[in-house]
Design a protein around this ligand. Structure first.
Ligand SMILES: Cc1cc2nc3c(=O)[nH]c(=O)nc-3n(C[C@H](O)[C@H](O)[C@H](O)COP(=O)(O)OP(=O)(O)OC[C@H]3O[C@@H](n4cnc5c(N)ncnc54)[C@H](O)[C@@H]3O)c2cc1C
Length: 379
């Protein structure tokens, strides 16, 4: 579908594809098995401008659009879904809200280091009792003299172990639920800020998922992001963009499943012929490709809408829901096509299968995406 892209987008895609294939692909499985964060790769991605693709050059970004960002996350995730989410969480969930809701001072202070990848970002909305019901946050922030004092704990922060800049949502008026939460920019070395448990996960093991503990954590007054008690809006707008990144990650996984399955189906002989000659295998491949293309077009549409400044909330939920279900379905079929070998660590498809599952869960589960879509249909 490259004919749908501009020359600039095509060049970016080609560059990222080469980088991902040459640098990320060869180390992805080993990093994943050893739960190793790809520090060198992220550094190089920063040097290539991939940590700040869709942000203006004035703040140190690459000055490209969201379609380019989606293409880049897909190409990276084609080789390593962990690296894909590291880039996506950093860019969509941290750079985006600072760029969109930050004051000029906040943008100048934080964006150049984030967009160049010198510092990594993490976004923390989820708590033990506030998952899909993200407005039920129990972490509090109270203004004491000229500081916000944060207390509570957050869960499942992607990049939490490595990040230096965090976007954190806390309740500033517990009587108001979603109308009483506020977003803050919190730096890692703030007193009272601690990284707790690092989760052991089914997949995307090269990306860290951390608990964050806040004990009288004193955040400078000027680090409030957006408006007081309007943090829920910051979080929801941020997640609209984030979902396009996760859809791109899912598309990368789906494509990996398709490409590896085509190769295997041509090489594997049973009954004196390549298994690709069996119609059962051909139909699986055809269905995988059809679903991948449909999901790709939905993410392309939603990304264009974001670039045009249109309201793309529903389209983003549609794109994420479709892409994540396609990734899961392609992974299931890819393991099936690989037979018993697909169930072993000798082939990458078992990693794709484990990695695909998370795309149906984070940044809003599939049930929450359906809820968003249905609400828009019924309003
Ligand atoms: C690896 C990983 C990385 C993550 N990264 C981040 C991050 O960087 N920042 C962050 O803030 N969070 C992050 N999360 C949290 C993630 O977004 C949540 O796990 C997710 O939103 C679901 O919340 P929950 O786990 O509490 O599940 P729950 O909300 O308890 O849901 C359990 C089940 O109930 C269903 N359900 C809940 N409510 C409804 C409803 N109203 N209607 C129908 N079904 C419903 C859900 O769909 C699900 O099937 C991450 C999670 C993981 C596992």
């Amino acid at each position: 579908m490259d004919y749908l892209l501009t020359e600039e987008q095509k060049m970016l895609k080609e560059m990222v594809s080469k980088f991902a294939q040459e640098k990320i692909g060869p180390v992805a499985s080993d990093n994943e098995k050893n739960h190793r964060y790809p520090e060198d790769i992220i550094k190089e991605a920063g040097e290539l401008g991939l940590m700040g693709i869709a942000y203006p050059t004035d703040y140190g970004g690459a000055g490209m659009d969201y379609v380019s960002y989606f293409l880049a996350v897909e190409e990276i995730s084609r080789w390593c879904a962990s690296t894909g989410v590291i880039v996506s969480a950093h860019s969509s969930l941290v750079c985006d809200p600072i760029y969109r809701f930050g004051t000029e001072e906040q943008k100048k202070k934080y964006l150049p280091d984030l967009l160049s990848g010198k510092r990594i970002g993490s976004f923390s909305l989820t708590e033990a009792g506030a998952g899909s019901d993200s407005g039920a946050t129990k972490t509090t922030a109270k203004l004491v003299a000229d500081k916000w004092v944060l207390n509570g704990s957050k869960l499942f922060a992607t990049n939490g172990k490595e990040a230096e800049v965090f976007i954190l949502i806390a309740s500033t008026d517990p009587s108001q639920k979603t109308r009483g939460v506020t977003a803050f920019i919190v730096e890692r070395d703030t007193p009272g800020y601690k990284i707790g448990k690092i989760e052991k996960k089914l997949g995307i093991k090269s990306s860290s998922t951390a608990e964050i503990i806040l004990e009288d954590c004193e955040v400078p007054k000027e680090n409030l992001l957006g408006e007081l008690n309007k943090g829920f809006k910051v979080a929801m707008v941020t997640l609209d963009g984030g979902r396009l990144g996760i859809a791109a990650q899912a598309l990368g996984i789906a494509r990996a499943c398709i490409e590896d399955s085509i190769k295997y189906a041509k090489e594997r002989f049973q009954f004196d012929q390549p298994i690709a000659s069996f119609q059962a295998i051909q139909w699986m491949l055809a269905d995988m490709w059809m679903e991948y293309e449909a999901a790709w077009l939905l993410n392309w549409r939603a990304s264009i809408m974001k670039d045009k400044g249109l309201n793309y909330s529903t389209e983003s939920a549609v794109a994420k829901l479709k892409a994540s279900e396609v990734a899961m379905d392609c992974a299931r079929k890819a393991v099936q096509i690989h037979g018993g070998y697909g169930y072993t660590e000798d082939f990458n498809v078992e990693r794709y299968y484990r990695d695909a599952k998370i795309t149906e869960i984070y940044e809003g589960t599939s049930e929450i995406q359906r809820l968003v879509i249905a609400r828009s249909l019924l309003k």
